[in-house]
Write a protein that binds this ligand. Sequence first.
Ligand SMILES: [Zn+2]
Length: 241
Amino acid sequence: MNKHLKQLIDLSLIDKEIDAFEPQIEEANLQYDALLAAKNSIVNEISTLSQEIKDEQIKKQKNELHLAELSAKLEENSRKSAEIKTEREMKSLQLEEEIAKEQVNFANEEIGRLEKLIDHKKAKISELEVKATEIEGNLVGVKADVDVKLAKIDEDRKVVFGKKETLVGAMNQKGLSFYQKIRRWAKNTTAVPVRNQACMGCYMAISDKVYSEVIKGEEIVTCPHCGRLLYLEPSDDTLSA
Ligand SMILES: [Zn+2]
C-alpha cells in the first residue's frame, strides 16, 4: 500500500481512538456526578427549609409581641373597670375585652401552628443531614474508584497521543492538511473502508475504475460522491505491517 495512504488511514484510526476516550471519561464520572447532584439537591433543600424556619420564627415573634400588647391591654382594661361609672362604659369595655381575648386565642393558635411547622421542618432537616452525610461518605469511595479509572484512561490516552505524535512527525505537510480538510467535516469517518464496492461513509456505490484504484492501493483515492478517503479493509496484514 502507498505509504502516504497508509499514514492517512492510520491517522484517522488514531484520531478515532482519541475521540473514543471522551465518552469513557464521561462514563467514569457518571456515578460520581449523580451522587454529587443528589447531595447538592439535599443541601439546597436544607437551605430552603432553614430559610422557611427563619421566616416562621419571625412570624412567631410577631405573634408573641402581639400577645404581650394584648395582655397589657387586658390589664389596663381591668384597671379601668374599677373606675367605670355608666353601663355604656361597661359594655364598651366588655366588648373590647372580648375582642382582645379572641385575638389572644388566635395569636396562641398561630404560635402553636408555627411551632409545629418549625419542629416538623427541623426534624426533616436532621433527616436530610443524615442522608447528606451518608452520600458524603459514599462520595469518597466512588471518587477513589473514578480516579483509578481516569488514571487508566489517561495512561491509555498518553500511549495513543504518543503514537499520533510519531505518525504526524513522519507525515508531510501536504498530506496532513489534505487529511485535516476532510476531517473538519467528516470527523471520525475521514477514512472509510469500501465494502461491496460502496463507500462506507456515504454508502454510495463507486465505479469499477475507482474501486480498482482502491484495491491497488497505489494512490490516495477519495470517494467521488462524498470526498472521504477510501481504503480496503485490512483483511490481511497490509495495515499492521
Ligand atoms: Zn462516500
